[in-house]
Design a protein around this ligand. Structure first.
Ligand SMILES: [Ca+2]
Length: 399
């Protein structure tokens, strides 16, 4: 017999403890793996649902965009017949919930016209879509700041009237991220220097311009200082483009333009219209824009002061009531002569030089189309131009 077999092997306390520890550690690791696996599966399911909803929302947004394109195509046809006073894109809502209500019989029940529903409804789909269409000719084209003087001067004047309003004054009282102070006139000049071909900082006299923007022989006079000095001391220096703006977002590169500026003005500025024309006044349905147009006219100087402003705002609100009522009852909006007659009857007026240079048509529109499914929303933005042979997409962005 071997001596070792005589007695049972002695297990020390330490070994038993080690086994227990190994079991515990194994259980802990397995638990972590299982929990992590379950968590991943849950995430994967959620991601899959989100991806599915995103795809659905994207195609709903595409539907809204396509319907908008169709409406704008007809807008082009209607403009040829009516001279632009029928704004189809303001009369036809691009809105799936409304279309569903119209075609499902829901609305028919309310209005007592049952039986008008489409078989199957507008479309039994999950989610919704809508789109907003804006005429780019209702905005100010910043590229016109380098146009002929008879256009550049009123455009510079209108941008000044818009951004120089008292409600925006606080925006220009603080230094920007680079510690620079900028006045509204500095911004207008910086926009001009950004696009004009020369590389010197032009001189610009806002007071002379405000006194009469319609008979200036020169609005931006050649200067001597280097225009790139605005940007070459930045941490990331760059040069002026010396070419027209391609997009409104490009304005961020211009001295004095920041998030606050863009939040306030980006929807009132464009780069897509003909820079040899002013805007199309029949499309303007933003009171702030109309106010800046009225305050651009030297005739209305007294109304654009602190004392005169309450009266002018009252006239403006009357105008928009008139415009909306006319559109509601006749499906047409007032043309430029009717607009002039309306304002003249109440005090303010437009200069004949201004009316002469207005765009007589609108062929360029921006569309913001949204598709929504559950928590997911997809937004598509486009700028479309009606041409003789169809429709051109000149800007496209998916958000
Ligand atoms: Ca330049």
């Amino acid at each position: 017999m071997l001596p070792g077999r005589k007695t049972a092997p002695v297990r020390r306390h330490g070994e038993r403890g080690l086994a227990l520890l190994m079991v515990l550690v194994t259980v802990a690791i397995l638990t972590a793996i299982v929990v992590d696996f379950a968590y991943r599966v849950r995430i994967d399911v959620q991601v899959a649902a989100n991806v599915r909803d995103r795809v659905r929302a994207y195609y709903l947004a595409r539907s809204a965009m396509n319907l908008s394109r169709l409406v704008l195509f007809f807008q082009g046809q209607v403009d040829r017949l009516t001279g632009g006073v029928v704004k189809l894109y303001q009369l036809i809502p691009i809105e799936s919930d409304l279309a569903k209500a119209l075609t499902s019989g829901e609305l028919g029940q309310v209005l007592g016209t049952e039986g008008s529903e489409l078989p199957g409804g507008f479309g039994p789909f999950t989610g919704s879509f809508h789109a907003e269409i804006t005429d780019e000719y209702s905005k100010i084209n910043v590229n016109a700041l380098d146009s002929i003087t008879s256009i550049a001067a009123p455009v510079a004047g209108q941008i000044l009237a818009l951004i120089g309003g008292p409600r925006y004054a606080p925006m220009f009282e603080e230094p920007d991220a680079d510690g620079q102070y900028t006045t509204p006139a500095d911004v207008v000049l910086a926009m001009h220097d950004w696009i004009d071909a020369d590389t010197t900082q032009d001189s610009f006299n806002p007071e002379v311009l405000a006194a009469d923007p319609f008979s200036q022989s020169l609005v931006f006079a050649p200067g001597t200082a280097a225009e790139d000095s605005r940007y070459d001391m930045l941490d990331d220096p760059y040069q002026n483009k010396n070419d027209p703006f391609f997009s409104v977002d490009e304005l961020y590169l211009v001295r004095g333009v920041d998030d606050d500026f863009m939040d306030a003005f980006a929807d009132k500025l464009t780069v897509y219209t003909d820079p040899a024309l002013l805007l199309n006044i029949t499309s303007v349905n933003d009171p702030v824009m109309m106010l800046s147009l009225l305050c651009l006219q030297p005739e209305n100087a007294a109304l654009c002061t602190e004392q005169g402003l309450p009266q002018l705002l009252e006239v403006l609100s009357l105008f928009f009531e008139f415009r909306n009522l006319m559109q509601l009852t006749t499906f047409t909006v007032p043309n430029k002569d009717a607009i002039q007659a309306f304002f003249q009857g109440l005090g303010p007026s437009f200069s004949p030089y201004f009316l002469k240079n207005l765009a007589p048509f609108s062929d360029t529109f921006s569309v913001a189309a949204t598709g929504e499914v559950g928590e997911v929303a997809v937004k598509l933005r486009a700028v479309l131009k009606n041409t003789g042979s169809g429709q051109e997409i000149i800007y496209w962005r998916e958000e």
